[in-house]
Design a protein around this ligand. Structure first.
Ligand code: NAP
Length: 270
């Protein structure tokens, strides 16, 4: 019987996850299908009962369910436990478990580029949480969190033993790794907005990782490239978190280069 997988969230905007996973199933001859299913917060309990009944072999979980879904699981991986959020649900030995491959996606994107001394995370929402957990996992000595709303930066920093600093100080903190987790620069009305101050040059020794991947080269990455910085697109995180999900569900690896080409083609398609 064809196994069913899905990404659940609400609202569920355009997502590349079905493309990636359905390509993977076909490529590795797995009899399975992956769908995008809008599930509202009010529908989550009923939906998870269906999952527990065996209707789904695995799930990707996105906003707003990454924390709420934990109450429906039998256990968490240490990484999901540490970050306090789940983006992947999978079965092991009859138990329904939660992992956080967002953290892994950031770790894997950075693993071979370091070591980094001091990280700066812009933003304090869900993606920032994953970024701070990832920088901790990578063993960075210092991690700064700055956010438009200062209180949220302070709460996140406190929880993970990082340091909160004012949003206005972001260009002066002496970081060698910058991770943008704000939506500034995203396609649409924010595409011209840059989270780095307009009047301050970006130091060339800063590695700049923009979690936004549509457009592929955001205004932040354009400025960073022009300044001579090493840059990483958010597509790398998306790719790595997706490959980790596929491995958890099927035990199989997908070729990252082939998968990256698939995603790049989809993003660049007119
Ligand atoms: P979120 O929980 O809503 O957090 C958004 C953060 O951005 C908040 O800290 C918010 O600050 C800040 N922000 C929003 N508008 C801003 C503005 N105009 N100026 C300064 N700061 C602003 O969202 P999220 O789930 O963390 O996602 C954030 C971004 O990460 C998304 O846009 C997405 O592109 C990216 N992302 C990428 C991947 C990937 O696989 N590459 C995965 C997940 C997310 P306040 O607290 O002040 O509101």
């Amino acid at each position: 019987m064809t196994e069913q997988y899905a990404v659940i969230g609400h609202p569920l905007g355009h997502t590349l996850s079905p493309l990636l996973h359905n390509w993977g199933f076909e490529h590795r001859h797995v009899d399975a299908r992956y769908a995008a299913l809008p599930v509202t917060p009010g529908e989550l309990d009923g939906f998870m009962e269906r999952v527990r009944g065996g209707a789904f072999a695995g799930l990707s979980v996105t906003i707003p369910h990454k924390r709420a879904v934990m109450a429906h699981l039998d256990g968490l991986t240490p990484r999901a436990e540490a970050v306090g959020a789940v983006n992947t649900v999978f079965w092991r030995d009859g138990l329904l478990l939660g992992e956080n491959t967002d953290v892994l996606g950031i770790v894997e994107s950075l693993r071979n580029l370091g070591p980094f001394r001091r990280g700066l995370v812009l933003g304090a929402g869900g993606a920032a949480r994953a970024a701070v957990a990832a920088l901790k996992e990578l063993g960075l000595g210092g991690i700064f969190v700055v956010n438009r709303t200062r209180d949220k930066a302070e709460a996140l920093a406190r929880e993970f033993g990082a340091t909160a600093a004012p949003w206005e100080s972001r260009a002066t903190l002496g970081a060698d790794l910058l991770v943008n987790t704000t939506p500034l620069g995203m396609s649409g009305e924010r595409v011209e907005e840059c989270p780095w101050p307009g009047n301050t040059p970006i130091p060339s020794d800063l590695t700049v990782f923009d979690l936004v991947y549509n457009p592929l080269v955001t205004i932040l990455l354009q400025r960073a490239k022009a300044a001579g910085c090493r840059t990483i697109s958010g597509l790398e995180m998306f790719l790595r978190q997706g490959l980790a999900q596929f491995k958890l569900w099927t035990g199989l690896d997908l070729d990252p280069d082939q998968a990256r080409t698939l995603l790049l083609n989809a993003l660049q398609a007119p």
